[in-house]
Write a protein of this length. Structure first.
Length: 140
């Protein structure tokens, strides 16, 4: 909405100040162009309302995209959790098998150790008896 400018009154004032007709009209024309330029760049209420509605539409689109991304992210997280749970269960199963195998090997080593200790013990007793038979008289 342009601001009113009384060009006739302005031309009269300029002439009274010593401007020629051409100079006064030229100055008024320049002022009028500047005024038209500055007024044409102003936003109207309708312009602002249109921008507001565009911003609201963009906001709605953005919120919808964010919701979709959030949903997708939650789905990915759930899939990863499921995958990790399966891997953890698999690792636990493998560890249980390895533990059983290790316990079996320890038991076997324990049995072998006992056999060797008993065998060496009998060998020592046999050696002692053999030495005693070789020297039947005993100690001097």
């Amino acid at each position: 909405m342009p601001i009113g400018l009384d060009t006739h009154e302005l031309i009269k004032d300029l002439k009274a100040s010593g401007f020629s007709d051409e100079q006064a009209e030229s100055v008024v024309r320049g002022i009028r162009q500047a005024q038209d330029l500055s007024v044409s760049n102003l936003a109207s209420k309708a312009d602002l309302a249109e921008i507001r509605s565009e911003i609201a539409a963009l906001r709605s689109e953005l919120l919808a995209e964010i919701a979709a991304l959030r949903s997708e992210l939650f789905a990915e997280i759930a899939a990863l959790r499921s995958e990790f749970s399966a891997e953890i269960a698999s690792i636990r199963g493998e560890m249980a098998i390895m533990r059983s195998q290790l316990e079996a090997k320890i038991e076997a080593a324990k049995a072998d150790t006992i056999k060797w200790v008993v065998g060496v013990g009998f060998a020592q007793v046999a050696t002692i008896l053999a030495v005693l038979k070789m020297f039947p008289g005993g100690h001097p």
